[in-house]
Design a protein around this ligand. Structure first.
Ligand SMILES: O=c1ccn([C@@H]2O[C@H](COP(=O)(O)O)[C@@H](O)[C@H]2O)c(=O)[nH]1
Length: 476
């Protein structure tokens, strides 16, 4: 059936699905028009016209998908539309529950699917994009990949842009400007009503809520993130240890002798998921020191990270890393020399398959006056995505650097007593670092190893950081 867009618009107007005047929206805001697309279900011919247009749009696009594609209507108005489109296109459908089941499977999504399936989300109207985002988040939590979003009408208030900025592919069949233009041409709207709607659109743009919008990464629990398809083996290992020890604390043991390193390591061991070293700054380190550190790591279930911040050409980094791969579960690298350096590390890791190894890439620094720019951060994230098999995460300071829930945010610069040192370091509290800055793992150095009782200090930081992480995920 050929679809006549103009006739759909006039039909929708005739059945009162498009109303003009002054209306109070759910948000309390007054609007110059109201879209009541729920009424379509009472008009089978118009319902069929609308669904055919959705099906045609989907079939054009779906040819490019390599994965199994499923449809999901945003409850409730889009549910009957998605059902009919599913029958028309022969694409299976899923239903997102408005409330998660509290019994049985506790599933968020009903219907059959496999991890990594593509889903096309169907919605009737987009304003801010918030209700679509809720559906997208639940689908992603269920390991589904939202490949496309189709909305019937875009109110042109910024929702489409907001969702595209989040990386979603989104199409609208109509926008409100096209609707009022056609209705005016068809003599159904006066010029005055037309002008009032256009004025309303211009004056009612929803500002992007970037700062307060929480990325999915910080809303998901470590357990869910560990199970994602894209999560590297080394990141899975960190999540696992964190969950077993209820600790997202990494202690930086920046002491000056090997004896002090082992002494502090033993004291903080029960409370940490990672112990971080600058081994080249410690005097007297021998093979036996490394051996003892590894024994502690095994006994107390933590990983060792050498914070070497490598930053040379691929070949040199590869040579340097060969000296670390035997004992350091994790190393840090700067991204300044680009992806080839990661390739060098990847080659070494692939030659040492009996160990689980990986890297954290430095995307931001905690010290004031550092030279890292926005562009540098963006390019660093791209490198991390490219080498996801060996990258555990990024060392950074802001909640919006990493969006992928499979990568961990490791954040140094945490201290309960001080706000800075006299060499540029800037400190935040445990709750700021987890809630505002979006850290998954926090690095504490002097706050613990310079304390009179490092074991007790580690316990205090551990509990504070872990409880704040629990608060973050339970409020999501
Ligand atoms: O941006 C960064 C990257 C790494 N670090 C390292 O973390 C610790 C912090 O120690 P504190 O004593 O808690 O200041 C240290 O090893 C740094 O090299 C960082 O601080 N900032």
């Amino acid at each position: 059936m050929a679809v006549d867009r103009r006739s759909i618009i006039t039909n929708l107007y005739d059945i009162n699905a498009l109303k003009f005047g002054t209306f109070q929206l759910k948000s309390g805001e007054l609007s110059k028009y109201y879209l009541d697309l729920r009424v379509i279900v009472s008009y089978p011919k118009i319902l069929k016209q609308v669904c055919t247009l959705v099906s045609t749009t989907i079939l054009k696009d779906e040819a490019n998908s390599k994965n199994q594609v499923r449809l999901c209507g945003v409850p409730y108005t889009a549910l009957p539309i998605a059902t009919i489109v599913s029958i028309d296109t022969n694409l299976p459908m899923l239903i997102r529950r408005k409330e998660q089941k509290t019994y049985g499977t506790k599933k968020l999504i009903d219907g059959e699917y496999s991890c990594g399936d593509d889903v096309i989300v169907i919605e009737d109207v987009i304003t801010s994009g918030a209700s679509i985002l809720e559906t997208v988040i639940d689908l992603e939590k269920s390991n589904l990949n939202v490949s496309n979003v189709i909305v019937l009408v875009d109110r042109q208030q910024g929702g489409m842009q907001r969702l595209s900025e989040r990386g979603l592919k989104i199409n609208s069949l109509f926008n409100i400007t096209e609707i009022v233009t056609i209705l005016k041409e068809e003599g159904k709207l006066s010029d005055e009503v037309y002008q009032s709607v256009i004025g309303y659109i211009i004056n009612n743009q929803i500002q992007p809520a970037k700062e307060c919008e929480k990325p999915l990464r910080t809303q998901l629990e470590f357990k869910e993130r560990a199970e994602l398809l894209e999560t590297s083996k080394i990141a899975q290992k960190i999540f696992k240890i964190s969950l077993e020890k209820k600790s997202n604390l990494c202690v930086a043991v920046d002491v000056d002798t090997a004896d002090k390193l082992l002494d502090i390591a033993e004291k903080v061991a029960p409370h940490i998921c990672i112990l971080k070293t600058h081994i080249d700054a410690i005097n007297g380190v021998t093979d036996s020191t490394i051996n003892d550190l590894q024994l502690l790591a095994k006994q107390y279930n933590f990983l060792i990270m050498e914070d070497r911040k490598m930053a040379d050409i691929g070949n040199t980094v590869k040579l340097q890393y060969k000296k670390l791969v035997d004992w350091a579960d994790l190393v840090t690298v700067h991204s300044v020399s680009g992806g080839m350096m990661l390739k060098g590390i990847q080659e070494v890791i692939n030659e040492n398959t009996d160990h689980c190894r990986g890297v954290f890439i430095v995307a931001e620094l905690s010290c004031n006056g550092n030279l890292i720019s926005e562009q540098y951060i963006k390019e660093t994230v791209k490198i991390a995505e490219e080498y996801k098999d060996i990258v555990a995460g990024l060392v950074c300071q802001s909640h919006d650097v990493i969006s992928s829930p499979s990568l961990l945010q490791l954040t140094p610069g945490v201290n309960i007593k001080n706000t800075n040192d006299n060499l540029g370091q800037q400190y935040q509290s445990p709750s700021d670092i987890i809630l505002t800055k979006g850290a998954d793992i926090a690095v504490v150095g002097r706050g613990i190893y310079q304390d009179d009782n490092p074991a007790e200090a580690a316990k205090v930081y551990k509990e504070s950081l872990w409880n704040t992480y629990l608060e973050r995920v339970s409020n999501s």
